[in-house]
Design a protein around this ligand. Structure first.
Ligand code: GLN
Length: 198
């Protein structure tokens, strides 16, 4: 079957995700309205600015449908700001920052600090044979995770060594980095597999 995978298209890195998902054989669709969400077998929450995306989701009537979809078991993949949006708890969030939630973690926003706001690492990820090029841009990390959350990768070098940057919990997946800009589609491949097997 060809899964339909939506990319929340309110703000941020939408186009790159659509291209990568399409190349992997999914029917990739931008999602801006609840009716579009309803047709999806899986959804990507892209990087961008989590407070802006959450505000726009509220204004377009998508926030509650997104929460319901996660509760109903829709496979969702959050990248960077999307990881913040999937988190149940946000550290260093903006005042009153809303999330979709569902992922049983605390995510720290802009966790890597100003000096290392952006960096790239070849990251070892469980389930992938070779490391992936991971581009971090004002990225969050997972500060703590409940027992039902599987840690798939931690930072391997530098001052943030050991910090959790890739997680999975059932049909939810999240990365601190931007898999759509590294020129490597294997992380998206993991998500497409997850959608196909859901
Ligand atoms: N710092 C941004 C936020 O908290 C995320 C940055 C990104 O997605 N590249 O929303």
């Amino acid at each position: 079957m060809t899964p339909t995978i939506g990319v929340l298209a309110l703000q941020g890195d939408v186009h790159e995700h659509l291209t990568t998902l399409g190349a992997l054989g999914a029917r990739a669709r931008p999602v801006r309205r609840p009716a579009e969400l309803a047709t999806c077998d899986g959804l990507v929450l892209p990087g961008g600015e989590s407070t802006t995306i959450a505000r726009l989701a509220g204004l377009t009537g998508l926030l509650e449908p997104l929460r319901e979809a996660v509760r109903a078991g829709l496979p969702v993949f959050g990248t960077c700001a999307g990881m913040v949006l999937l988190a149940d708890r946000v550290a260093d969030g903006a005042a009153g920052q809303q999330t979709v939630g569902g992922l049983h973690v605390t995510v720290r926003r802009n966790a890597f600090g100003r000096q290392v706001a952006s960096f790239e690492e070849r990251l070892a990820v469980s389930g992938l044979v070779d490391p992936v090029p991971a581009v971090f841009i004002r990225a969050p990390w997972v500060e703590d995770a409940d027992d039902d959350v599987e840690v798939l990768a931690r930072v391997g070098t530098g001052p943030a060594t050991g910090r959790i940057v890739v997680v999975r919990q059932g049909s939810l997946m999240a990365t601190s980095f931007h898999p759509e800009v590294g020129g490597d589609d294997r992380i998206h491949g993991l998500f497409v597999d997850l959608v196909r097997s859901a």
